[in-house]
Design a protein around this ligand. Structure first.
Ligand code: SAM
Length: 362
């Protein structure tokens, strides 16, 4: 434990896995087992109370429990059966933003999750595609062997893994998991890919109560100056990798829309990477820009840092930035109440390609 008080304010967020169960059925099952639904109000979720709230965001599939209920939830059969997924609210934004404009179309989509393990966002994508018309599918890449095994297990539990017996109820949004370095895939062989999630490795500095964004070596250093130097070197290294991933994604022949996200609070991995990406040759030649706020969860209040985006307010508004723990009152902190809009630190934005015609004119 880190003693970070913010950890007590962030609800244990639970996503209803709509591949396997409807939100109303799930709420009924919970209520039948003695959980009470608490309406949004002045007071957050109190510890030791068997209650939950439903987020007004993301169509009723995000439930908030007090963080002290985490072990109860992990042991719950709804979790073991894959009907609920323990996933932070902010971590559900990328899939929602990626597919929001496609929800009502019947077009067949091929969605890539470039850096998929442990698979929470992949299984969310899969649930959203299962609800759509059209024969959409997902290819999920993961480089690490160990994490690839976790990815497959999670997707199987969520009923999303293509070919698995648990996935037989619908082929829509089924996932083919591929153990591979995303940067080494042949983009011509993936010429039908239309949408993508890019959630690359990052410092993890937005994850409350987790210290592994500081390497053990760094954490033990006495000299603050050296620590800061190491931190900035590490961030520069990560930012270079993140930018390279975005540039590679921008070269997919038919890609129309992709989300870039991190669970970092550092400007270097977020606004700075995005602004650099917009200035790259591939972005300019292929007509990549940021999707406007209206299709990037406009109801979410906290946006990119305007101070980093220069004079163009639209750019900052096109990004979402979540502060770890959200904005909490002193009362909530003292009482250990979890609040409905508190999440871990997170950043997400969405790139879209201007029409073929427009990009040809350039
Ligand atoms: N999107 C995941 C989720 O929500 O569950 C979390 C992804 S995690 C931040 C980043 C993942 O990318 C790690 O599992 C890491 O092993 C993987 N990764 C890093 N570089 C990669 C690459 N070049 N190709 C494929 N996967 C990569």
């Amino acid at each position: 434990r880190t003693g970070d008080k913010r950890a007590d304010r962030i609800p244990r967020w639970v996503r209803v896995n709509e591949r396997l169960v409807r939100p109303d059925e799930l709420l009924e099952a919970l209520q039948a087992q003695g959980w009470t639904r608490q309406e949004e109000g002045q007071h957050g979720l109190a510890p030791k109370r068997k209650s939950f709230m439903v987020s007004p965001h993301l169509g009723g599939c995000m439930l908030a429990f007090h963080p002290s209920q985490t072990s109860n939830l992990v042991e719950h059969h709804l979790y073991r059966d894959g009907k609920i997924v323990l996933q932070d609210l902010a971590s559900c934004f990328p899939a929602e933003i990626l597919l929001c404009e496609e929800a009502k179309t019947v077009a067949d989509l091929h969605v890539v999750d470039a850096t998929a393990a442990p698979g929470n966002k992949t299984s969310h994508l899969s649930a959203l595609l299962a609800k759509r018309k059209g024969l959409s599918r997902i290819t999920a890449f993961e480089k690490s062997a160990k994490r690839f095994a976790t990815l497959c297990a999670q997707l199987d539990r969520a009923g999303a893994l293509s070919g698995s017996s648990r996935c037989q109820h619908t082929a829509r949004g089924a996932v083919t998991a591929v153990r591979s370095d995303f940067m080494e895939v042949n983009r011509e062989e993936l010429a039908d890919v239309t949408h993508m999630l890019l959630d690359p490795s990052c410092s993890g500095s937005g994850i409350v109560g987790r210290l592994d964004h500081l390497s053990s070596k760094t954490a033990l250093l006495d000299e603050r100056e050296t620590e800061e130097e190491e931190q900035s070197e590490r961030l520069a290294h990560l930012a270079t990798f993140q930018l390279a991933m975005i540039e590679f994604a921008m070269g997919f022949p038919s890609l129309r829309r992709f989300c870039y996200s991190t669970c970092s609070t550092h400007v270097q991995e977020n606004e700075e990477v995005v602004l650099k990406a917009l200035k790259t040759t591939v972005a300019q030649s292929r007509g990549w820009k940021l999707a406007g706020k209206s299709s990037v969860l406009p109801s979410w209040p906290t946006r990119g840092l305007g101070s980093e985006c220069g004079s163009e307010q639209g750019l900052a508004d096109a990004m979402i930035r979540c502060d770890p723990g959200g904005s909490m009152s002193d009362e909530a902190t003292t009482n250990g109440h979890a609040q409905l809009e508190a999440t871990n630190g997170f950043f997400v934005t969405c790139f879209v390609r201007e029409s073929e015609n427009k990009s040809r004119e350039k």
